[in-house]
Design a protein around this ligand. Structure first.
Ligand code: ATP
Ligand code: MG
Length: 555
């Protein structure tokens, strides 16, 4: 990457459309919106949508509204409203003005419905849910008109008012747009605009017992807010017909600069689900510890795992914007966090599978204070104090009795290895426990090798990490693997059948003493082990593995 040429964002069909609209003078600024339904926590797919909506508006000096699409009170909760606001801010974006709610436009929506009825373009329909399905027809067969379709404007005005006043029971009737029961787009076969729900709403309490459908509320919300480019995912492609039809048939919104909808592909990530319904099931059935379990693909889960906002924004750039649905490789997401953490994470040493190592020619009771770089490529981050003494911990994996070959770079009997940031040691013998497992390794050290090679020209190739035992602090390490066994869990109705039973492994080991100062969410690179983040929800030192040092998915 050259540092003289500024990185230009790659163009995409959304930017092309915006450029066309600005060049032609159709719009003079760009206004987008992010419209989450507050029925769950945001996930990595939403993060892509947030980066596209907020990011595009920002790039064009426009703005993005946060509008809660709160038209289904049965599934919504204020807990979700709050978590969504928090996650967007954490990702580094800010919405324009106050948070908006579809529910604050309920009066306007109601008037729009009245306008459609008065134009003979909407009617109250009493077909049952089953009958409605039957009347809708199929992709091959046109639908049939509802018996209520031509029941007269005044009659419908009265009925709609009664719906609003609670004179019908839930499911007894709905308001439908009168479009075309033989349209090749199923969603245009007289779509439902309003339904009855006797539910208390988190914003409007018991003011309403009729609630607008997404297709009705969404385009009107966009038009009310003067949104120019309404960016959503591909599954709404057909619904664009209703979007346009409604705005074209309402006097106030039928303008040349009215909003238009553009669809991009959803993010689907391997070994992950981005269905809020399925994520909620995982939480409700205690397969994970909560929405912010570090194995969850939620923004709060990724955050607790050690992902940074910059890495998620970078990931969203890397996957780009397209109109083709695909399954994205997890290693792209991991590449983004690895690149970010490699540049910013302080280095440290931790021993995850500890085994005692005694340096027999090192004086008992002596403790040395040594210096090590916090980041070898960034001197400005300074140095940290590490300790060296007669008893240390190293990782079990770094010792074998007999080296398997000449290339073996770790510790073995009669073999030398460097202890990272300290001296060269040589293993002499070891002790085992009753089960024959190595319990303690005994070594000698070369006191003339601190920060330099052995003076007689001996070559020591291997480097292993350690912590000094009297100063080390105990730590719990949580090592995560994919939550699902199948790369495409979307094909399972019951996700529990593809859950990875080993998605969390807990280990108890030791870390450098300065880790006691680690703030929650702080990420360290434990040399040779990977990136670890201090858990924000635990007492004591609990470290969540964010990602390994290298991509090991395909090994
Ligand atoms: P539900 O599954 O409950 O219908 P949803 O996943 O569509 O919800 P919303 O809260 O309606 O979630 O989504 C808000 C916005 O985020 C929408 O514009 C939607 O298109 C977008 N979005 C949701 N999931 C993804 C995804 N996987 N990739 C990209 N954008 C997404
Ligand atoms: Mg949705």
């Amino acid at each position: 990457m050259s540092d003289t040429i500024p990185l230009k964002k790659p163009t995409n069909f959304i930017r092309n459309q915006i450029n066309t609209d600005l060049d032609s003078g159709l719009h003079s600024s760009v206004i987008t919106r992010f419209p989450p339904e507050p029925n769950g926590y945001l996930h990595i797919g939403h993060a892509k949508s947030i980066c596209i909506n907020f990011g595009t508006a920002k790039d064009y000096d426009g703005w993005c509204n946060l509008r809660f699409d709160d038209t289904n009170p049965a599934k919504e909760d204020i807990e979700y409203v709050n978590s969504i606001k928090k996650d967007i801010k954490w990702l580094g974006f800010d919405w324009n003005g106050e948070v908006k709610y579809s529910s604050s436009y309920f009066n306007i929506f109601y008037k729009c419905a009245e306008e459609l009825i008065s134009k003979g373009l909407a009617y109250v329909c009493f077909l049952s849910a089953d009958e409605t399905r039957e009347y809708r027809g199929t992709l091959k067969q046109p639908g049939k008109n509802s018996p209520d379709r031509d029941s007269g404007i005044e009659h419908n005005q009265t009925l709609f008012k009664k719906m609003k006043e609670g004179e019908f029971i839930e499911g007894e009737c709905v308001l439908r747009a009168k479009i075309d029961m033989s349209s090749s787009f199923m969603c245009m076969r007289d779509p439902t605009l309003y339904r009855i729900r006797f539910e208390t709403h988190h914003q409007t309490n018991d003011d309403w017992c009729i609630y607008p459908m997404y297709d009705f509320a969404h385009c009107l919300g966009d038009a009310i807010e003067g949104v120019t480019h309404s960016l959503c995912t591909l599954e709404f492609q057909d619904n664009r017909r209703i979007y346009d039809w409604l705005l074209e048939h309402l006097d106030e919104f039928k303008k040349t600069d009215r909003p238009h909808q553009y669809e991009f592909s959803r993010l689907n990530l391997e070994y992950t689900t981005t269905s809020k319904r399925k994520l909620k099931l995982l939480v409700d059935s205690n397969h994970v510890s909560g929405w912010n379990d570090p194995r969850m693909p939620t923004i709060s889960g990724l955050r607790r795992r050690g992902y940074t906002p910059a890495s998620i924004r970078d990931f969203s750039e890397r996957v780009g914007v397209s109109k083709v649905n695909s399954l994205t490789d997890v290693s792209i997401l991991e590449g983004s966090i690895r690149d970010d953490l490699n540049a910013i994470a302080p280095r440290s040493m931790a021993v995850i599978n500890p085994i005692k190592l005694v340096i027999e020619n090192y004086p008992s009771g002596k403790l040395e204070s040594l210096k090590a770089a916090i980041h070898p490529q960034n001197e400005g981050m300074g140095e940290r104090e590490i300790f060296f003494g007669r008893e240390l911990y190293i990782d079990k994996e770094d010792f074998v009795e007999v080296a398997p070959n000449n290339k073996y770079k770790r510790l073995a009997i009669n073999k030398e290895v460097r202890l990272r940031n300290a001296y060269v040691i040589k293993a002499t013998h070891f002790e085992t426990d009753e089960e024959g497992q190595v319990k303690t390794i005994y070594c000698s050290y070369d006191s003339d090798t601190l920060g330099k090679n052995p003076s007689d020209g001996r070559k020591v190739k291997g480097v292993i990490h350690f912590v000094e035992s009297s100063k080390a602090i105990s730590a719990e390490f949580r090592i995560y693997d994919r939550l699902f066994l199948d790369p495409n869990p979307a094909k399972f109705d019951d996700l529990s059948s593809t859950l990875n039973p080993n998605s969390l492994k807990t280990k108890y080991g030791f870390a450098e003493p300065n880790l006691s100062q680690a703030k929650p969410e702080m990420v360290y690179q434990f040399e040779r082990e990977g990136y670890f983040c201090r858990d924000s929800e635990s007492e004591g030192l609990v470290l969540n593995k964010t990602v390994g040092l290298r991509d090991t998915w395909n090994q």
